[in-house]
Design a binder for this molecule. Structure first.
Ligand code: SF4
Length: 196
């Protein structure tokens, strides 16, 4: 029996050949033949729409992330389809799953191998707080060893929640000053985690 065609009878404008979607320009001044804005905003616009995630998945939450990468939820829409497994090429560490205390130094080393600027998303109850595993062997939240930018609640979080977390990371990235990583406050934050 032929498969019913349901999704392409009334294509949306963005699905039509030749149509290109554009992100909005940052705030600035426009005139005849010129546009001025802040360098931070331009860098933020580029960074937030080309985040490369590193999935550090140890258990069930990782499966939910796989669904987020699939065609239905399609993380590629956010410019983040380039998932890599080398920390040196990534700028968003996504930690999903239970992190045993034995695994903690490995996770920290992965974080240290990422170049600045880097961001961290804790996906699910286990990565955020240890979840139901309130036990001697499980790290009670990855923020005990590395700084976290966005927490995604749930056990496991649905792909929509993961997308919401990514969009919150995008907001942070887009608004971050290019000087933040050189600031005294940031240095103090790193020192509080024993990172020089
Ligand atoms: S938060 Fe729940 S679904 Fe996610 S890794 Fe922990 S137990 Fe599994």
């Amino acid at each position: 029996m032929a498969r019913p065609v349901r999704f392409n009878i009334h294509p949306r404008e963005t699905d039509l050949p030749g149509h290109i979607s554009m992100v909005g320009a940052p705030e600035g001044y426009t005139g005849d033949g010129f546009f001025t804005t802040r360098l931070s905003d331009v860098v933020g616009l580029a960074r937030k729409n080309s985040i490369w995630p590193l999935p550090f998945a140890t258990s069930c939450c990782g499966i939910e992330f796989m669904a987020t990468m699939g065609a239905h939820y399609d993380l590629a829409r956010f410019g983040s389809e380039r998932v890599a497994f080398t920390p040196r090429q990534c700028d968003l560490l996504m930690v999903m799953g239970t992190i045993a205390k034995k695994m903690a130094p490995v996770l920290k080393q992965v974080y240290l191998q990422m170049a600045e600027p880097r961001w961290v998303l804790a996906m699910g109850a286990c990565a955020s707080s240890g979840g139901i595993f309130d036990t001697y062997s499980v790290l009670q939240g990855i923020d005990q060893i590395i700084p976290v930018d966005v927490y995604v609640p749930g056990c496991p979080p649905r792909p929509e929640a993961v997308l919401d977390g990514i969009m919150n990371v995008q907001k942070l990235v887009g608004k971050e000053s290019i000087r933040r990583r050189n600031s005294e406050r940031y240095r103090e934050l790193m020192l509080s985690y024993g990172i020089q």
